[in-house]
Design a protein around this ligand. Sequence first.
Ligand code: CTP
Length: 408
Amino acid sequence: MTLKNKKILIIIGGGIAAYKSLDLIRLLKKNSVEIKTILTKSGREFVTPLSLSTLTKSKTFENMFDSVSESEIDHISLSRWADIILVVPTTANFMSKLSIGKAEDLATTVLLAADKDILLVPAMNVRMWLHKATQANLKILQDFGYIFLGPEKGEMACGEFGEGKMSSPRQIFAYLKNYFDKKNIVKGKNFKALVTAGPTREYIDPIRYISNESSGKQGYEIAVALNKLGIKTTLITGPSKISFPKSIKVKKIISADEMLNEVKKTLPVDLAVCTAAVTDFKPAEKSKNKIKKDKLNFKSISFIKNDDILDFLSKNNRNRPKIVAGFSAETKNVIKNSTLKMKNKNCDIMFANDVSKKDIGFNSDFNKVSIIDQKGNIKIIPKNKKSFIANKIAQILLDKLIDDRNIN
Ligand code: CTP
């Protein structure tokens, strides 16, 4: 039983859907989950501390400065104790507090101090959910790393119909089961990944080079996201102004040849993600000394093609990673050209970027990607922060990795 002895902290927010938290607790308890609860002041208007403590068989925490409970377990230990934290239901007001980092009561303080995944399960009137303020808060919270489940479409307690209904206890339970199932698999398999990122530089002489606009940001974020999922990740990066993520192993390179060398040295891995904007060509000759301008033939420089790293990884029979993912940069016919690239290079999945737009892609904090797989399925991750897109991509790649493992 995946959920047996898992520790879940449930914060009960102040909405009519709060009553469903009782059903959820019963379901989890039946599966031997250890539960602690925090009841917010407005949550208390909908469920009582007595019903919570009866179901959980443990005290419900309510006050930040309640000396009895603080001596039993303080707000920091409470968040450290949990394997995951849930907010059921998450109201519009609660989202707004979290989006500005409030720590005004026990619930918000625990969440601000948390080092675990936090699952927010929203429930509110459809207009409140679709309000620009709530949607802006949603983006901020997703960027902070909060996970959202729902809301669903349906009839709400207020009688209106639309998006805003809280996910059912069964849906929350299924999410948690899947969450811990995956964690268990990842823990047991010791998955390893490599991510290539940034531009490469191809020097003409010691001070002049050709390169491109890539910032490396999307690749860095993907490496961090994979690592967070428990996949041991090595980032192989060309020159970038972004500071290196502390949590992962980073190998710095300059040219495409060096990148390919480091990739070879990092094999074997289970997953390879090629986000690097590898410079396709290098000067046929690199001068040892600075070329004097009267000697430089500025009309033409001879170039030769660099090896294709993605192609090498996908067609490397001896050491092929289980999953090889590419990133395609295109300015027109994005889907058609990216699909062709995926087929030619034989990678398993291609994330296509339109780099003709200024507000997404190269050098932007935002991106929008089309996901193309070998079966011809195309899905879009709409415009969002690169960190959010990276988390989505990491989840998709982990699912693929697990799927493939199960088949073998
Ligand atoms: N790639 C690579 N090595 C190269 C060139 C590209 O690994 N020498 C990888 C990139 O990291 C990316 C994918 O191939 O995952 C697609 O790169 P992209 O620049 O979009 O296309 P190219 O293959 O270079 O083709 P073109 O420039 O003609 O679009």
